[in-house]
Design a protein around this ligand. Sequence first.
Ligand code: HEM
Length: 508
Amino acid sequence: MAWLHSLTWFTISFLVPLILWSKFRNRSSKVRRPPGPPGWPLIGNIFDVGTEPHQNFHKLQSRYGPVLWLKLGTLNTVVIQSATAANELVKKHDLAFSDRRVPDSMTACDYHKGSMAFAAYGEYWRVLRRLSSSELMVQKRINDSMPLRRKCIDKMIQWIKEDASGSRFGGGSGEIQLDKYLLIMSFNLVSNFMLSRDIMDLKSEMGNEFFEAINKFISWNGKPNVVDTFGFLKWLDPQGIRRNTEKHLKELLNLVSGFVKERIQEKQLGREKETRDFLDALLEYEGDGKGASDKLSEKNVTIFILEMFLGGTETTSNTTQWAMAELLRNPDSMTKLKDELDRVVGHSRTVEEGDLNELPYLQAVVKETMRLRPSLPLMLPRSARQDTDFMGYNIPKNTMVILNAWAIHRDPDSWKNPFSFKPERFVNSNTDFKGQHYELIPFGLGRRSCVGMLMADRMVSLTLARLIQSFDWELPVNVSPENLDMREMIGLSLRMIVPLKAVPRERK
Ligand code: HEM
């Protein structure tokens, strides 16, 4: 019997592992992942990400092609970097890739549970998407809010005039730093649309608290977080990112909650306003009777209103700032835009939203800016809801899916001289960013694309037109078009590391 005993042990200790190993090897050799750089044990490709991930992923494209595979710690990641691959994603796999990857910082205060941007694809997201589309994606609703935009932009132009002439009066050059004017104006624009009120004023203390809390929130939230790549460290929060985000998020939610409570009280007292705004639409929503989408809770309304500020202010103000920087670097384009405005609108009145369709060069400048400086160069990362066969590669469930718009917008297969600022490429071309042209995707693609696109386009186009119509702009004395600092940094959106300073002179 001893031989039988030995045979059994031989089988268990040697043959079984060999068979399992060979089975596993066979199975894993059938799994096809996209190409990507080799990673380090444990940390994988973390060093390939760096502080400018959009640019670093783009650099890897020439070596590994348009679909890149990375292992970020324990996180499987696929990066899509060409119009063809983006087309494939939206046409065949939009649903499979329609969940969001939630960064750990956004779980603070249970933000992700009320958010639309970070909601899993499902009933709650659908309700918010429907509600916000009917307020933000319908031309009539956008047209109704035209006077609000005019009012906010008028105020900004007035502040710039006062500050530039104040500086000259004090012996200065009249130079201003454009970002704060643009950001405060964008805040008020969004707040008028959402809440029917200004919430910030450059010339008073109004809104300072909100402004400071949002800046602190952005600075914590923009930091790369080790927990996002090593989920098991969540309990430790080693960099303190969730703790600090939570602190500033609480302040922000308290401030917005004040506006929401006030409106609920007004409604209870029967004090209705003449015009309905976005907050009214959220509070009046009664559900669709199917349970999952009952009335929105006060907390979720508060989170969603805050989300509109986070999604709609820095993105639009930074895009306008980039457009101004590109125009100052490219005086020929500046002159063409000025000439177009003079020819179509003239000096006797201010440019209005109704003029925008008659200003093709302005539209081309906005598109070219969004091509070169997409506000969210890596979109909001998605997550695979199921194992998916994508362009012949096996993408497992829960893989983070990143669309690199920055790379797609510089793909030489789609664009001639992709790194040059050339608005002319869009004149007499029907290419736009509404989701049909996969080579230009500043607002994303498919189900999860930006819900504020129409509003953002109007905000950026009108602000830019007014800035150029109202002033002649020059760079400060020590800066030339050639040495203007155009370095990028990813915050809540793509920022200029060195904010743009310029000298406005009122046009008579
Ligand atoms: C120039 C301005 C803007 C740019 C470039 C921009 C870009 C984007 C992008 C790239 C996405 C993700 C798309 C994807 O993952 O496929 C997004 C999502 C979103 N944006 Fe915008 N955005 C802008 C302005 C706005 C404005 C004005 C609002 C609202 C007032 C807004 C609200 C949102 C929301 C709520 C989402 C999440 C959509 C979802 O997950 O279903 N954005 N935006």
